[in-house]
Design a protein around this ligand. Sequence first.
Ligand code: ADX
Length: 220
Amino acid sequence: LIDRLSNDTVGAGLLHFALRRSHNIHWQATDVNKQARSAQKRQKACLLWFTGLSGAGKSTIANLVERKLHGRGLHTYLLDGDNVRHGLNKDLGFTEEDRVENIRRVSEVARLMVDAGLIVLVSFISPFRSERRMARGLVDDGEFIEIFVDTPLAVAEERDPKGLYKKARRGELKNFTGLDSPYERPEHPEIRIDTTVNTPENAADLIIRTLEQRGAVDPV
Ligand code: ADX
């Protein structure tokens, strides 16, 4: 039902109202806004959303992209699933419900950071289309760039950098993405990276070139 409601604007509005526990809260406009904050940093704020299986290479690529942007003097912040789960989201596990809340919180944090004028990189499995759609809706048109780090399950499992696939196959980890928990592939990502033919370095360059072409960052 939640998925169906969040599919359209009226449904999403209803859902938002139903889930809200605080009322009589009014939006407080501030004089220094996103435009002023990003102009001071000489950049456009945006949200680079990396999605893909565990072990797909999201964090490696996002880390490289951030290094390159930072090297150009741009102001960035990388929110990584494993790290955010050490703090803000440490009360959440991997049930469907917890993953939905995981993405809701990180997308709200990302929205605030975009409002602060930053180029924000989010690297979370974010397996559900409805939550990625929700995150997209939190920022302005054109600010959300979905980057699908497309690695086939067999390849991610073969790499298994943290030994988690092995654990899951042994039955020691439940609800593992791609095995007994679903991953919904993006249908129209702004960028798709096939990691079976691209090195992380290539992938990062490709992403930055696309950002330049889209006018999200200035070419050097
Ligand atoms: S998400 O699905 O809720 O977006 P998130 O990106 O925060 O996931 O966390 C994924 C990381 O948690 C993986 O990189 C992996 O290291 C670890 N992990 C532990 N248990 C699981 C699991 N059951 N499914 C997927 N990842 C898991």
